[in-house]
Design a protein around this ligand. Sequence first.
Ligand SMILES: NC(=O)c1ccc[n+]([C@@H]2O[C@H](COP(=O)([O-])OP(=O)(O)OC[C@H]3O[C@@H](n4cnc5c(N)ncnc54)[C@H](OP(=O)(O)O)[C@@H]3O)[C@@H](O)[C@H]2O)c1
Length: 329
Amino acid sequence: MTQQQVFRIHQDDDGHRAGVEAVAIVQPTQGEVLVRVSASGVNYKDALAGTGKGKVIKRFPITGGIDAAGIVEQSEHPCWKPGDAVIATGFGMAFDHDGGYAETLCVPGDWLAPTPQGLDPRQAMILGTAGFTAGLAVHRLLVNGQHPGLGPILVTGASGGVGSIAINILAKLDFEVVAVSNKQALHDWLTQLGASRIIGRDELPGGDRPLEKAVWGGAVDNVGGAMLAQITRTLAPNGNIASIGLAGGTALETTVMPFILRGIGLLGCNSVDVPFPLRADLWRRLATDWRPSDLDALVSDQVDLDGLPAVFERMLAGKTHGRILVMPA
Ligand SMILES: NC(=O)c1ccc[n+]([C@@H]2O[C@H](COP(=O)([O-])OP(=O)(O)OC[C@H]3O[C@@H](n4cnc5c(N)ncnc54)[C@H](OP(=O)(O)O)[C@@H]3O)[C@@H](O)[C@H]2O)c1
């Protein structure tokens, strides 16, 4: 049986351990597709999974990597044929099914989206789950009536994968984007991506009354916790918050006042199981009118499978920025 190198995560009586090892290449059964992986990326969830610091995996051992892009090698699914360029994000990847940190990926064909024209697999993974989620957040905001006239949009966790891409898309759509970032050294980079202003995490205006002066038209929040609560108190009437992440905590202490007196919308964003038509449409938009102006400017690092543990530690310590690509050695 042919073997492949994968980044495997174990959790058993000996504790948590993860690293590169050889496993057999799985053959697709009915409904499944075997993809030759060209590129993958590092997302916050990958770092939680790979270090064991977050309980985000259901089945052990498992191959890590919540996203991948590549070319179909074998297909037992009616929608895909050998040679198709595809993107896999979310669903059971690196949760209860082997993920994309591998040479090949065998997944249900229903989990795949076509790689849109204009993106090669590497470019698709510069966007990856982070870019797809940023696109989902923008979609949710626009559907809920967000427009530049409501006021500036705040993007928290701005230097991260989701944050940096959200800044770029929103600036393209003529929003005034205010980035929240603690990374002074990246202010020029965030400005080049489209931020008109950058503020530190402890510089968010407003006190702790249920409603404070409205300063933001909307927000894309990657941080959660106290920062999200603060944003609910300072949003303009009818503004929306796309809630994506938990880098700063999972608790949310607020009141109903912003919702019932200012009509603000708290829009949950779950990139994991977006149904097919919307999934394909978001990828198409990310390759066309929402395409970041300079994809390579989003990349801060590139590693092979052996380089993953060090990157995971740096990411959880808040020492990474932008997108980190995972390419074959
Ligand atoms: N809902 C979904 O489907 C979905 C999909 C993808 C990601 N996510 C979540 O979205 C968040 C961002 O993901 P990502 O891949 O962009 O991660 P990332 O690249 O690590 O970015 C996270 C950013 O958050 C900021 N941050 C880190 N620790 C913080 C803290 N303790 N308090 C406040 N800010 C902090 C940092 O930005 P600054 O240094 O610039 O402040 C960091 O760059 C994560 O929580 C992730 O789990 C959710």
